[in-house]
Design a protein around this ligand. Structure first.
Ligand code: NAP
Length: 277
């Protein structure tokens, strides 16, 4: 009698208890009637390599990767997509049948799809983008904005050298603005993105003056707890279209689920509700 193989996937990080991915993937497995499991795994840095070599043998088809392993997995993967190389980090691993580990970064895809779904009139080519922050998430945002055709990106970060590093990597469509002048870069911006952790529950809010914000700008925040950050509240009051960060989290999960389980999952209100449970 042949045994049906139950596909397993999961997310590895440390800590991992806060991750919303298990609820989301669990929801997609249920609504698509797939007999599979998605498991959160707390993995220490020292164990990462051994865990990645063992999981495929235990029936895993792939995993998501989160803090602090997103950079390290790049060295352990056998194949790395160009966009993951450009960003310098991977969040999605596919364990191929030939035993090789394929690494990709879907954060930029998630970022763009979130804007396309929730700000339907958004046109990346309409004018410059203003990006606040230059951490790991900012790299994916910058790469995807350039790919989508924004003519210019003004970027500002508390630690200026990190923004300058992005400029060195991504080229002359990027211009660095001093953190104390961050408000000035909003004047012409048609897309405004907070990629800092400011505004997250337990953190201080982002305090950039928004007086220069254009009414026809689209403003989005990567922070999704709370869903409506002060930045989004103020931008909405100024008449802008605003997009919260939860949709990015949902959309970045789509390519992995599709590769592992063979079905493209829906990002809809039920998926949002599942991630918020
Ligand atoms: P990261 O690499 O640690 O970068 C943190 C960023 O926040 C840096 O630009 C840092 O500036 C800035 N920052 C932190 N505290 C600050 C302060 N007190 N004043 C000014 N700037 C400050 O983190 P990350 O991975 O890029 O993530 C950034 C945020 O995006 C987090 O809130 C994360 O949850 C969120 N995120 C959301 C999604 C999603 O799917 N929605 C995906 C990825 C990340 P310095 O360089 O000066 O320290």
């Amino acid at each position: 009698m042949s045994q049906e193989k139950i596909p397993l996937a999961g997310v590895i990080g440390s800590p991992i208890a806060h991750s919303k991915s298990p609820q989301l993937h669990g929801h997609w497995l249920r609504v698509n009637g797939i007999k599979g499991f998605y498991i959160p795994m707390d993995v220490a840095a020292d164990d990462l390599e051994q865990v990645l070599r063992t999981l495929p043998k235990a029936g895993f088809v792939g995993v998501n990767v989160t803090v602090p392993h997103k950079e390290k997995v790049m060295d352990l993967a056998d194949l790395v997509t160009d966009r993951a190389t450009l960003i310098g980090a991977a969040n999605t691993l596919i364990f191929r049948k030939d035993g090789r580990i394929h690494a990709d970064n879907t954060d930029g895809y998630g970022f763009i799809q979130n804007l396309r779904q929730n700000a339907p009139g958004w046109d990346p080519k309409a004018g410059p983008a203003a990006v606040l922050g230059a951490g790991g998430a900012a790299r994916a945002v910058v790469a995807s904005l350039l790919d989508a055709g924004v003519p210019e990106i003004l970027i500002s970060n508390r630690t200026r050298v990190r923004a300058e590093a992005l400029q060195a990597d991504f080229g002359n469509r990027l211009h660095v603005v001093d953190w104390v002048q961050a408000g000035n870069m909003l004047d012409d911006a048609m897309t405004v993105v907070n990629t800092t952790s400011l505004g997250m529950i337990g953190n201080t809010p982002l305090r950039v003056p928004l007086d220069g914000l254009r009414k026809d700008a689209v403003v989005t925040d990567l922070v999704y707890a709370p869903l409506k950050t002060r930045l989004l509240e103020e931008a909405e009051a100024a008449g802008c279209v605003t997009v919260d960060g939860l949709g990015m989290l949902l959309f970045q999960a789509v390519p992995g689920f599709e590769r592992w389980f063979g079905v493209r999952p829906e990002v809809d209100s039920a998926a949002r509700a599942a991630a918020l449970r």
